[in-house]
Ligand binder design. Structure first.
Ligand code: B12
Ligand code: SF4
Length: 476
């Protein structure tokens, strides 16, 4: 069978601070590799520009028998639109939707006739069984993890057990992707213009249960790929794609620090010459300690993305974040000493946070060490999360239009009006990047690691005030 797997992009997605750096849709790459291993032809289409041209060309040249579309909450309506496009171009081809939104709201996947199947949770095994049933002209009643139609009803067959041995999966297939396009906008040794970046997924799930996060909804407990399996993929990325920079895109990369060490050490021993960036939680930095962070830096870990989310203990407790304010200061100190670049992600728009509380909470951030780079989003109650249930119960949802759920604006009734929140966010970010303490941090890092100057100059020119740029140029 010929299967196209699409990662759609909403044209005009709100840009809320540099995370727009594209990355390979790894879920689809895993599914494509499984389909290919089973003897099917699969093509992954990553719509990076938000136009229909790429899709229309793929439909015309590949002539699929089945189309799959990845659906986040904010692009659910776009996924349905792409489903309609596929049907229009490929003679009513069957369409399946999968991804975080469908995993949270299984039956919703088929509210619209443009979608024929929904895949809940992990897609690899369900898709293989679905394809087999379509080839044989059989029904789909027994396929766990699948939503389908039967006699006019939408039927969810119930969840599928998680794959326990991720090492049994093939190495994800990236051969259809624009690999020269992927960049990480963080000043981590290699300037974006010289990056050959790949995103590698080493584990699925997370140990924690933050109320706002969609990861527990789709995945639950963390299951890792065996180290050798990850190293095989890293070797392949270097040899076949000339990759020099890897982003570990799993959110609980550090669930077992000894595994992290093995992966980085293994890459080092193989002489792959890679540098790395990953997610890390505040708790994990403290658990690993400064010595280990330094060792990981020396093995190539040059940047981390850390979920700070708030500096207020009250907020952190309410959203069940596993760290507290005092841990944050210590973790940042360790990372600072280790020379690891920190991008902090922070959320505003909590339904209980007043302006009198938010402003000092943001102010607190400026006094902390190490954060040089900040990503501020609006807390968003993704379907299926505890926070979503809480917001529904308290009648806090303003918008049911999922297009707005891209974390680039509030969809909640908040004590601070939406326009004022946007103003606070805008003003704070402008102040953050020109604050002398932040500039000083960058200057210090470039002094310690002069080769970083080129990277900083490329990543920050627009955000920096003239004064900042002059300082950096001067130091260099
Ligand atoms: C890497 C990542 C990104 C990357 C790129 C992702 C990409 N190209 O797909 C970047 C950094 C660009 C990104 C951006 C955003 N992201 Co993001 N991202 C992730 C992250 C951390 C990992 C994704 C991943 O690789 N997972 C591993 C693979 C194996 O799993 P998977 O993709 O889910 O796929 C499996 C199943 O879901 C299913 N499946 C998925 N698609 C399909 C399709 C079909 C047809 C089938 C059958 C099955 C199927 O099968 C796959 C294999 O088992 C997830 C969190 C997470 N743990 O998943 C958040 C996550 C997906 N992101 C999220 C969000 C909100 C965003 C942003 C809106 C954030 C922002 N404001 O900037 C943007 C939107 C970007 C866009 N272009 O639309 C949310 C989505 C929540 C929701 N309900 O929609 C998540 C879940 C984070 C969270 N914890 O809340 N993201
Ligand atoms: S926010 Fe991060 S730490 Fe919390 S559950 Fe989600 S992935 Fe895990």
């Amino acid at each position: 069978m010929r299967i196209i797997l699409i990662n759609p992009k909403v044209a005009g997605l709100r840009d809320i601070g540099g995370l727009r750096a594209e990355a390979e849709p790894m879920g689809l790459c895993f599914i494509a590799a499984c389909l290919e291993r089973a003897g099917h032809e699969a093509r992954v289409v990553h719509v990076v520009d938000g136009s229909d041209h790429t899709l229309e060309r793929a439909f015309a040249t590949f002539e699929p028998d089945l189309v799959g579309i990845s659906s986040y909450t904010h692009n659910f309506s776009e996924s349905l639109r792409v489903a309609g496009l596929a049907k229009a171009h490929c003679g009513d081809v069957p369409v399946m939707l999968g991804g975080p939104h469908v995993s949270a709201l299984p039956e919703q996947a088929l509210v619209d006739e443009r979608a024929d199947f929904g895949v809940v949770g992990e897609g690899e095994e369900t898709v293989l069984e679905l394809v087999r049933s379509l080839e044989r002209g059989e029904g789909q009643d027994g396929i766990a993890g699948l939503v389908h139609r039967a006699a006019g009803d939408v039927i969810y067959n119930g969840p599928r057990a998680r794959i326990q041995d991720l090492g049994a999966l093939p190495i994800p297939s990236r051969c259809d992707l624009p690999m020269d396009r992927y960049r990480q906008a963080a000043p981590v040794w290699i300037p974006p213009s010289q990056q050959r970046c790949a995103s590698v997924n080493t584990a699925r799930g997370c140990r924690f249960g933050c109320t706002f996060c969609a990861t527990p909804t789709t995945w639950g407990k963390v299951i890792g790929r065996p180290t050798d399996h990850v190293l095989l993929e890293l070797e392949h990325l270097v040899e076949d794609y000339g990759i020099n920079y890897v982003w570990f895109s799993d959110e609980d990369f550090f669930y077992d620090p000894s595994r992290v060490f093995e992966i980085l050490e293994g890459a080092h021993e193989r002489g792959l010459g890679l540098i790395f960036r990953s997610f890390i939680s505040v708790r994990d930095v403290i658990h690993c300690g400064m010595r280990m962070m330094k060792d990981l830096h020396d093995l190539g870990l040059r940047g981390v993305l850390m979920g700070i989310e708030s500096t207020s203990d009250d907020v952190l407790r309410r959203v069940r974040k596993p760290h507290r304010g005092k841990d944050l200061a210590q973790a940042l100190h360790f990372l600072d000493e280790a020379g690891i670049h920190v991008r902090g992600s922070y959320m505003i728009g909590y339904p209980w946070e007043t302006e009198d509380e938010l402003i000092p909470n943001l102010e607190c951030l400026l006094g902390l060490p190490a954060v040089e780079d900040l990503y501020i989003t609006y807390v968003t109650p993704f379907p299926g999360t505890v926070f979503w249930e809480e917001c529904k119960k308290e009648n806090l949802l303003l918008a049911e239009d999922y297009d707005l759920w891209d974390t680039g604006g509030t969809v909640l009734r908040t004590p601070i009006p939406a326009s004022r929140l946007a103003e606070i966010r805008h003003d704070y970010l402008a102040r953050f990047y020109s604050d002398q303490r932040v500039v000083q941090r960058m200057t210090e890092r470039i002094r310690r690691f002069p080769c970083l100057a080129a990277s900083y100059r490329e990543v920050f020119p627009k955000q920096f005030a003239q004064q900042t740029r002059e300082t950096l140029v001067h130091v260099h």
